[in-house]
Write a protein that binds this ligand. Structure first.
Ligand code: ADP
Ligand code: MG
Length: 701
């Protein structure tokens, strides 16, 4: 047997069980060894029933004497009771509510290990365990294997199909017993293991499945035993080595060395409509330094909503244009593209630059004309949505690509853009502030800049939660704000696939508001089904204050900038993710006036109220993004399909952030300053063979 041996060769794993294992992606011996317990139970305190004392947690090994379903049947509680006995001849009762299913599981004469809290049932006058954990010991056990499941700290695995934790434990044990220890080839560099005091691979794998007698249960269940630490570290280490290698390679690609001369500086100064914040200046410095390198920039610009990323992008654009290059700016929605188009036109036309907007809903003729401007180099900046990525959009001399709100674009699309001609510099902007290490890992080859300061004079937005039965109060508040000269948004939820439905809801609300609630006010309606022109017109009217209220679906979620709008009403707020609500809220609070965000929900449960409370109590996008990540998990948070999230086996990118940071430091150090070329070569080969496919590090080495 070796690590590549198919699991069907293991005694007890036939075709049926192999199929169940396969649903978890477990096909080889190595796969199963990598399938680690998610929890551990201390069953070392094994007693006879006669020795049990009320109040203690204990394990007993006992035989089923009798079983019955009893009582409460009308209330559907289905109490299942079993009586157990052992060599001490004492009796222990086990009770399970909703236990009907156990009638087919437990039968007289079976031998069980029971684990739970011992209680004394004074009514029945007997020792009882309520809902004990149990494992059936009789069955397909080999001699001696019963000792695997009791009398020690026992690993608990996630079962799969009808395959129980106990079966998995048995197979893992058989494998570890049969496998020649010499087959564990520990690829983790020796010096690292020594310095960080990590156990060797074979020890780590053995201990993670079968913890040694002196182990610390608390550490185990926190995923911090030495064995777990080593395996988590290792997984991150190779991932980060892969990322570092990829970055190193990207740095070798020839790119454009933009010059930041005094003349360019003058142009930037002439363009700026206000004094940049310290954070904006620092970040522009980082960007300009990257742009000056003769290699393509790949930088992620993080900044909370309203932190002023757009102007930084505009500054970078000036550098590119003054060096004789064109700039492409990509936005996730047409509205945002239109807005960036307007904004860039406004601030860049001062410098005599030509800015054009190119989106999917232009006519073929319009598109053809705009494309011509891009291809002939007459347009300095081309702003657009995905349409820009169509193969036939050509630039004469593309130097810089700015991608706004990255988390909505797939990595592949990013690549599509890069493939146009010479490798341009890329600046990706996102308002989802996630921890730096996480960002560098998730976005792989991107360097990260952070704007961690809001423009001066911002008053924190006041956020309130209310329920839909009190909507009249919300309306009168909105009315008052409008009378004071402000404007308001009213937003309807849209779950991506049902934009039509949301559009209908928004439409209805629009009619309701304009006919019944605010008959005297001008109200605009915005949704995804409007053509690009219409969207632009609706937005423009709102921007100019000709409409007081904008009823919208979440198409306005990102980027929309109307400083005079001071109220954001979000209907059915319980249907949004926290990060999304924070984005929506970021549409207000952009001017000098005090702004308000009102989150309206139906009557919701405590968990949902708790979620909403996060927003009421915090305006820190960093904190909110982290809460959202925790609540929804990275997959959903980033949108699994396009996230490029590496699939990790044991490590958890949220739980294990501090290990990720250590691993990252070590990996960068290892790749940039390898002890020997041989060391590095071995690592590259190892990553390619073992991790590349899983991590999606397509081009390592
Ligand atoms: P985001 O980072 O969300 O894209 P924007 O770039 O849209 O933020 O900026 C938000 C608002 O703040 C805009 O109205 C912008 O003009 C304004 N702003 C940005 N930077 C500054 C600054 N340094 N001083 C004053 N206002 C600023
Ligand atoms: Mg923005």
């Amino acid at each position: 047997m070796d690590l590549a041996t198919p699991l069907t060769y293991i005694k007890g794993i036939g075709p049926a069980r192999a199929a169940m294992l396969q649903t978890k992606g477990l096909e080889t011996v190595e796969d199963l060894l990598g399938y680690v317990p998610f929890r551990y139970e201390d069953r070392s305190n094994v007693k006879t029933i006669g020795q049990l004392a009320p109040g203690e947690m204990a394990t007993v090994i006992a035989e089923v004497r009798a079983t019955k379903m009893s009582g409460f049947r009308r209330r559907n509680l289905g109490l299942f009771e079993a009586r157990f006995t052992d060599a001490s001849r004492a009796i222990l009762a086990g009770k399970w509510f909703h236990g009907q299913y156990l009638a087919n599981v437990l039968a007289e004469g079976m031998k069980l290990a029971l684990f739970g809290k011992v209680e004394f049932d004074s009514y029945a006058g007997e020792l009882t365990m309520l809902h004990p954990e149990f494992e059936i010991l009789s069955g397909d056990d080999e001699d001696g294997e019963a000792a695997l499941h009791v009398g020690r700290v026992v690993p608990i695995y996630e079962g799969t199909g009808k395959l129980t934790t106990r079966a998995i434990r048995t197979f893992t044990h058989r494998i570890l017993g049969a496998l020649d220890p010499a087959l564990f080839d520990d690829a983790l560099p020796r010096f690292l293991r020594d310095r960080l005091k990590l156990p060797d691979l074979r020890t780590a794998i053995r201990d993670v499945h079968f913890p040694p007698p002196d182990c610390d249960l608390r550490l185990l269940n926190a995923f911090r035993s030495p064995a777990q630490f080593r395996l988590i570290f290792e997984e991150f280490f190779w991932l980060e080595c892969g990322v570092a290698l990829k970055r190193g390679k990207a740095r070798m690609v020839p790119g454009i060395a933009f010059e930041l001369t005094d003349q360019v500086r003058e142009k930037i100064k002439a363009m700026l409509p206000f004094k940049p914040t310290g954070a904006q200046k620092r970040v522009l410095g980082e960007i300009a330094r990257d742009m000056a390198e003769p290699h393509p920039m790949n930088r992620l610009l993080q900044g909370d909503v309203g932190s002023g990323k757009t102007i930084v992008a505009a500054e970078a654009a000036v550098i590119a244009i003054e060096n004789g290059y064109q700039v492409a700016m990509l936005a996730p929605t047409e509205i945002l593209a239109a807005q960036h188009g307007i904004y860039f036109k406004q601030i860049l036309s001062k410098l005599g630059y030509v800015v054009v907007l190119l989106t999917g809903s232009f006519t073929a003729r319009e598109k053809a004309q705009l494309k011509k401007l891009a291809a002939e180099g007459l347009a300095h900046v081309v702003v657009g949505t995905h349409a820009l990525l169509e193969k036939d959009v050509e630039f004469k001399k593309l130097g810089l690509a700015i991608i706004d709100e990255q988390h909505r674009f797939g990595v592949l699309q990013r690549l599509g853009l890069l493939q146009k001609g010479v490798t341009p510099d890329v600046l990706v902007m996102t308002a989802t502030p996630i921890p730096r290490t996480l960002a560098m890992t998730l976005y792989g080859d991107l360097d990260v800049s952070v704007i961690d300061e809001l423009p001066p004079g911002r008053k924190p937005i006041v956020t309130r939660h209310t329920t839909s039965d009190r909507i009249e109060q919300v309306y009168s508040f909105v009315k008052k704000q409008i009378e004071e000269g402000r404007q308001a948004y009213v937003v309807y939820p849209v779950i991506e696939e049902s934009e039509t439905q949301a559009m209908k809801a928004a439409q209805q609300e629009y009619e309701h508001l304009s006919k019944e609630v605010f008959p005297d006010l001008a109200i605009g309606l915005m949704h995804g089904r409007l053509g690009a022109d219409e969207k632009e017109a609706v937005m423009q009217r709102f921007k100019e204050g000709r409409t007081s209220i904008l009823v919208s679906t979440t198409v306005i979620e990102v980027g929309v900038d109307v400083p005079n709008a001071s109220v954001m009403v979000v209907e059915q707020a319980e249907r949004f993710g926290l990060a999304q609500l924070h984005q929506l809220r970021g549409r207000v609070g952009r001017g000098a006036a005090q702004s308000f965000c009102i989150l309206v929900t139906e009557k919701v449960n405590e968990a949902a109220r708790e979620r909403i409370r996060t927003l009421v109590e915090s305006t820190d996008g960093f904190y909110i993004a982290e809460m959202d990540l925790k609540l929804r998990g990275p997959g959903e948070f980033f949108g699994t399909k396009q996230s490029g999230l590496p699939s990790l086996r044991m490590a958890n990118i949220l739980r294990d952030q501090e290990i990720l940071e250590i691993a990252r430091r070590e990996a960068v150090d290892f790749v940039e300053r390898p002890a020997s070329a041989e060391d590095l070569k071995r690592a590259v080969t190892y990553i390619r063979d073992h991790w590349q496919r899983r991590y999606g590090l397509v081009t390592v080495g």
